[in-house]
Design a protein. Sequence first.
Length: 98
Amino acid sequence: MKNPDYPDTLYITELVVADTVNTMPEKSLKAFGDHGEVEGDRVTGTAAEAQEVFDALERVGIDLPDVFRVLEDEGVDKFDKSWTELGDTVTAQLDQAR
């Protein structure tokens, strides 16, 4: 669950990078369209800083491969559920239009 104390556009603003694809909930897209601002690429050139964070997490006993595996599994599961819901919605609308 996302931290409610964070701005509703945080995960967009902080991850805007050229030549990438980002999926996001409709609520986030609408929030960004309403009051989000592109502040430029905040990712490129931060690999060393990110590695320092990963190293610090491992030093305090965080099993990063396990964290990554859980996040990936949960992300794929959520994407799969959303894809199924989209298919169901389209099918229902096509049936209704017939």
